[in-house]
Design a protein around this ligand. Sequence first.
Ligand code: MN
Length: 249
Amino acid sequence: MRKQRPASALFISDLHLSDAQPATLRVFLSFLRGPARSAEALYILGDLFEYWAGDDDRDAPLHRTVQDALTDLSRAGVSIYFLAGNRDFLVGDAFAHAAQIELLPDPTLIEIAGQRVLLTHGDALCTDDQAYQAYRKQVRDPAWQSAFLGRPLGERKQIIESLREQSEAAKQVKATEIMDVNPSAVAALLREHAYPALLHGHTHRPAHHRLQVDGRDCERWVLEDWHNDAPYIRWDESGARMLRHAHGD
Ligand code: MN
């Protein structure tokens, strides 16, 4: 994959689109018609969808609407990249092709106006949650995925629904600290990639952290989830800033 070097880019994550949240879909469609067209590239850093049972579900009305809106944005000249989250890691080539988006591995290093930026969803950094990491390892295994995708769509949706219920129940008793990123995991990732800026979502704890790793000044940007009005980060030659698309039309 060629290294991406957009002059300007927008970043979003954790929209958790579902039929149960029509307002979030409306503001997302408005965002795609509006602010998203002001940059060269749009990066979606995971959990665009509350769940994704497989690309054979891409003609469901919500998925079709999102696909068409992404296609429109792509035709308007904006490059769209998708890095999967823990909810929608089964998004595959068929949806990507139909929506005219490019799938990225996690993590992915890009460069914006000379600044190296490492993109990740963020769940891999929550290493204190060992039960989650064991689950993640299982479901990211290609053999597990092909077996899962071999089941009928209706059955997959039922399994996902029961996993979501278990995950919600587990969250109630987990200490809030273990659901945040682990500082050593962050440091190791930054070291491995020669100390870029780090940008992720997942934790729903929006922030701009300054930190030191091995005596080097580093920064970590955390995207906000979309329970509030369309938060996004714009990164261009003047740096990064957190913005909001406050009113959908
Ligand atoms: Mn997530």
